[in-house]
Write a protein that binds this ligand. Structure first.
Ligand code: FAD
Length: 392
């Protein structure tokens, strides 16, 4: 057993763990040690937003997230509104931010700016990060927590991430650390989310590599996404599809129904207008094949897919173009998922904060859409945990 006892031990040098450490340090607590499984810190943070780090969203609210405990999440958002989080990032961490529509980035548009700002505060305070040192066990005696049979700490922050992009170090192993303190029912089974989707229909395979600007929604859902959809050899991808993937669990889990995506391939035109356009083209180009009449609006491959699905009848074709359906058969797994849905329930994790055990970040059953929401939760939960420790 290492003789040294710490006020706080943090497991994981990712977004939530690093900001938690910074908040503690800037609040006067540097009796901290950080254990990191990887050789280096912030591997996932560096990848975010294609290296640009979409670190928050100007319109973020607790309603944007899936969670088991919306009331607790709202309470946390009321305590830490978006401006408070952004003020800490701008003024305390010294990261100047810039907005691109709703999306907030560091003004350098480089994720390394954010990682460096966090790490500098930790280094300046002389707080040690032990690399290639995974936390493998947390136990409790009457005085404190004992980690890896080696370290003692009054407070432990479990911020080992979820299971997505396991190459970054977040591979779900961290949930094991929480098992001695919780019941099985305190965990929501993990699933990949914000992930490309596999689809059943074989006719779209010839479209692999093509993109369409469209609108899409899941059957049974009022929410409509607008954007670009990429056809792939397994199904569909692109931000719009990732956003829809984040809604599938809430809508379909336990129903036994396969999710269906309804795509409007020409959102700028009504069904009647499209029908009129097709009839007009048929009459203007009577010697062309029917699918050739659609060229100029769609790629040749898409024109063929549409006619083989819906026939060349203008009414049926227009209906199909406004409601091109794809049946979801699965997803591309944690290797390709931006986030994890599920984890330790927020309600259960939050109760344990009273005992000095802080599960935060993606390890907790709180997940949001693409657009800065997931990093925002990492920041918010890290800051809130640090403040609770400072008050204790
Ligand atoms: C490709 C990609 C792009 C993304 N882009 C965005 C974006 O632009 N905006 C946005 O809001 N969100 C984005 N996200 C999601 C966001 O990155 C995560 O939600 C966020 O990083 C989660 O922070 P975290 O601290 O909970 O976990 P992580 O950042 O995953 O950090 C967990 C850390 O714990 C370490 N660890 C794991 N197990 C142990 C252990 N037993 N002991 C010690 N250390 C351990 C890991 O090595 C890792 O360093 C993106 C995700 C991906 C994969």
């Amino acid at each position: 057993m290492n003789n040294k006892s710490y006020r706080v031990l943090i497991t994981g040098a990712g977004a939530s763990g690093l900001i938690c450490a910074c908040r503690l340090i800037l609040g006067g607590i540097s009796d901290i040690i950080i254990l990191e499984k990887n050789k280096k810190p912030a591997s996932k943070l560096i990848m975010t937003g294609n290296g640009r780090c979409n670190l928050s969203n100007t319109s973020v609210t607790s309603d944007d997230y899936n969670t088991d405990s919306p009331d607790i999440l709202k309470q946390l958002f009321d305590l830490y509104p978006g401006e408070k989080i952004m003020s800490f990032i701008n003024n305390d961490l010294g990261v100047m931010t810039a907005s691109n529509g709703d999306l907030i980035y560091p003004s350098t548009y480089q994720s390394s700016t954010v990682a460096r700002a966090l790490l500098r505060i930790i280094e300046d305070a002389g707080v040690e990060i032990l690399y290639e040192t995974p936390a493998v066990s947390i136990l409790r005696d009457e005085d404190s927590y004992i980690i890896n049979d080696t370290f003692r700490a009054d407070n432990v922050v479990v911020c080992t991430g979820g299971c997505s992009y396991p190459v970054t170090g977040s591979d779900g192993n961290g949930f094991r650390l929480l098992l001695p303190f919780f019941d099985k029912t305190d965990f929501v089974p993990v699933r990949p989310s914000l992930v490309p989707l596999k689809t059943k229909e074989d006719d779209i395979r010839i479209l692999s590599g093509q993109r369409v600007k469209c609108q899409a929604s899941l059957a049974g859902d009022d929410h409509v996404e607008t954007g670009e959809m990429l056809f792939t050899d397994y199904g569909v991808s692109g931000i719009m599809i990732m956003q829809l993937s984040g809604r599938i669990r809430g809508l379909y889990e336990g129903t036994g129904k396969a999710p269906v995506i309804n795509v409007d391939i020409l959102p700028a035109y009504s069904e009647d207008e499209i029908c009129g356009m097709i009839e007009d083209r048929y009459s203007r180009f009577p010697f062309r094949k029917r699918y050739e009449c659609l060229e100029g609006i769609f790629s040749p491959a898409m024109s063929m897919v549409l006619i083989s699905r819906y026939t060349d009848d203008p009414v049926k074709l227009a209906g199909g173009i406004k409601n091109f359906s794809l049946t979801v058969t699965g997803d591309q797994g944690f290797e390709h998922a931006q986030i994890t849905s599920g984890g330790i329930k927020l309600g259960s994790a939050y109760k344990a904060w009273d005992k000095g055990l802080f599960a935060i970040g993606e390890a907790v059953n709180v997940d949001g859409p693409c657009g800065g929401y997931n990093l925002h939760w990492a920041w918010l939960s890290g800051i809130a945990a640090a403040d609770r420790i400072r008050e204790s």
